[in-house]
Design a protein around this ligand. Structure first.
Ligand code: C5P
Length: 246
């Protein structure tokens, strides 16, 4: 993508139940340092200079989510679906028609540094052949494939990264992969949706990874919250992402 700054639309998916967190509230409403995860995520996006996002909330809990957003600007609230992909589609459907680039961010990544957010957006707005971009961090541990507690082998970790959000797409690309007239298989991230069409020859272009950060860690288990509580007391150093060692 090139020329004048394209109009950016932002979707925050926050409709997950957070079952693995075993909290009494939906995950996005769980507190980190006294503030809902959703509010942290919204503040991070605003600090990166992104426009107010559409927030996809747990169905039936719009008021609670509006309260959690507090004074932070949002472009709208829409109920989510049973899967992450359905929630993403609901959020994108609520974006203004003239949006040209879409950033999709997990509410469950409350401390994502603004630099990481900015780098993912710039990767799409700065290059005409980029179909999608996301932050990633190299896998640090040695990876084993196992079955029932037994090691079958070691996975070569060359080039392996864990991907984070925001994941960013030209609008034309994300609309195509979520085309409501044909079945869309669920995916645990949005890049995977684009990979399928690229690998099938329907889309041509690059899917890129920009440096992510440990601060962009997703809250899944109670231990993630504990870790982020500690990380939140420190400022993130320069993004340590792909290419940052093996
Ligand atoms: O479940 P997981 O932690 O992978 O979810 C990642 C993000 O997707 C979270 O911010 C969660 O709220 C969101 N999500 C959603 N709708 C779903 C499932 C997950 O908005 N049905």
């Amino acid at each position: 993508m090139s020329g004048p700054d394209p109009r950016l639309g932002v979707v925050v998916v926050a409709a997950g139940s957070g079952e693995r967190l075993a909290a009494r509230h939906p995950k996005a409403l769980v507190l980190l340092a006294g503030r809902p995860l959703l509010a942290h995520a919204l503040a991070g996006l605003a600090a990166a200079g992104l426009p107010p996002p559409v927030v996809v909330h747990t169905p039936g809990q719009g008021e609670e989510f509006a309260r959690a957003a507090g004074d932070l600007a949002i472009a709208g609230l829409v109920p989510g679906g049973a899967t992450r992909t359905a929630s993403v589609a609901a959020g994108i459907a609520a974006l203004a028609d003239d949006v040209e680039v879409v950033a999709i961010h997990d509410a469950a990544r409350p401390l994502t540094p603004p630099e990481v957010i900015g780098a993912a957006v710039a990767a799409v707005t700065g290059a005409p052949d980029v179909l999608a971009a996301a932050p990633g961090v190299p896998v640090a541990d040695t990876l084993k494939r196992t079955l029932a507690g037994e090691v079958l082998g070691t996975v070569d970790r060359t080039g392996l990264v864990g991907v984070q959000t925001p994941q960013v797409f030209p609008r034309i690309v994300i609309d195509r992969v979520l085309d409501p007239t044909r079945p869309v298989e669920d995916a645990t991230d949005d890049l995977a949706l684009v990979e399928r069409l690229r690998d099938g020859g329907e889309l041509a272009g690059r899917i890129v990874v920009v440096p992510g950060s440990v601060w962009a860690r997703k809250v899944t288990y109670p231990s993630d919250l504990a870790l982020l509580e500690v990380l939140g007391q420190h400022s993130a150093p320069d993004a340590a992402g792909v290419g940052g060692g093996t």
